[in-house]
Design a binder for this molecule. Structure first.
Ligand code: SF4
Ligand code: SF4
Length: 247
C-alpha cells in the first residue's frame, strides 16, 4: 500500500522560504534532503515589519463614516431621482431596463382643443412610477434613454433598509430625491446658447413686450383724452384801409 504525500495545492508559500533547486527528474534524492523549503529564522517577521513601516508613512484612505461624510464625486450613482413634471409616460425607461425593476401605471385623459374648431387631444397621466432598488444594478440605462430628461442620478446613498420591500421607492420618494441632484456644470462661456434656453428667452421677451403694451393701453371705459394739438394759426387781421388824408 502506498501513501500519498500531503497536498500543498492552494497553500500560500512561506515568504521567508529559500527555494531548494530541484534535483531533476532523473536524479535521485540526495541523502538527508527532504525536498522542503528552508526559511531563514526571523525572515517572515522582518518582511511583515517592512510592510508595516511602509504603510505607516502613507496617508490613510479610511474615512470615519458615518461620523464623517465621504466626499463623493458629484455625478456618483447613488439613487435615481424622478422629475415627474417632465415624464410623458412614454415607457421607454421601463422597456429598456435590463432588470425590469421600473413599474409605471398610467391612464389616458382627453384634453379639450386649445383653439376653437381644433381637435381634442388625449394625453397620458402618470398614476404610479416606482423603482425597485433591490433589483436595480445602477447601470444608468433608464437615465440615458429618457428622451424628456425626467430621470437623474443623485449621489445620495443612505437609503438602506432592513425590509427589502422598503427599497421600492414610489413616485413621491423618487420626486423628493430631485432636491439632492447636483446642478449641472456651468456652460462654456464660448458655447452656443442651447436651443431650449433660446426658445425660453424668446417667449419671455414676447410676454414682457405684451405686458408693456398692455400697461401703456388706457384702462377700459375711461375716456380717451385727445393728444394736445398744435395751436391753430390765427389769420392775420386785415389792416384798416388807408384814407387819403393819412399820408
Ligand atoms: S439603473 Fe439600470 S437597472 Fe436600475 S432602474 Fe435604471 S435601467 Fe433599470
Ligand atoms: S423614459 Fe422618461 S419620459 Fe418616458 S416614462 Fe421613463 S421617465 Fe417618463
Amino acid at each position: 500500500m502506498t501513501s500519498r504525500p500531503p497536498s500543498t495545492a492552494g497553500a500560500h508559500p512561506d515568504p521567508g522560504a529559500v527555494p531548494v533547486p530541484s534535483p531533476g527528474p532523473g536524479a535521485g534524492a540526495a541523502p538527508g534532503s527532504s525536498g522542503k523549503r528552508r526559511s531563514l529564522p526571523g525572515a517572515g517577521l522582518a518582511k511583515g515589519l517592512a510592510v508595516t513601516l511602509r504603510t505607516m508613512t502613507r496617508r490613510s484612505v479610511t474615512e470615519h463614516y458615518p461620523d464623517t461624510q465621504p466626499e463623493l464625486p458629484p455625478r456618483s450613482r447613488g439613487v435615481i431621482a424622478l422629475f415627474e413634471e417632465n415624464c410623458t409616460v412614454c415607457m421607454l425607461c421601463a422597456r429598456e431596463c435590463p432588470d425590469w425593476c421600473i413599474y409605471i401605471d398610467s391612464h389616458k385623459e382627453t384634453a379639450p382643443p386649445t383653439a376653437p374648431g381644433g381637435r381634442e387631444r388625449s394625453r397620458n397621466v402618470l398614476d404610479r412610477f416606482a423603482i425597485d432598488f433591490s433589483l436595480c444594478m445602477y447601470c444608468g440605462i433608464c437615465i440615458e434613454v429618457c428622451p424628456f430628461d425626467a430621470l437623474f442620478w443623485s449621489p445620495e446613498f443612505e437609503y438602506a433598509e432592513t425590509d427589502i420591500h422598503e427599497l421600492t421607492h414610489e413616485r413621491d420618494r423618487l420626486r423628493a430625491w430631485m432636491w439632492t441632484v447636483p446642478e449641472p456644470p456651468a456652460l462654456d462661456p464660448a458655447a452656443e446658447e442651447p436651443k431650449e434656453i433660446a426658445a425660453a428667452r424668446k417667449t419671455a421677451d414676447k410676454l414682457a413686450a405684451a405686458e408693456r403694451a398692455a400697461a401703456e393701453q388706457p384702462a377700459a371705459g375711461q375716456p380717451v383724452r385727445p393728444e394736445p394739438s398744435e395751436p391753430a394759426v390765427r389769420p392775420e387781421r386785415p389792416g384798416r384801409p388807408e384814407r387819403e388824408g393819412d399820408a
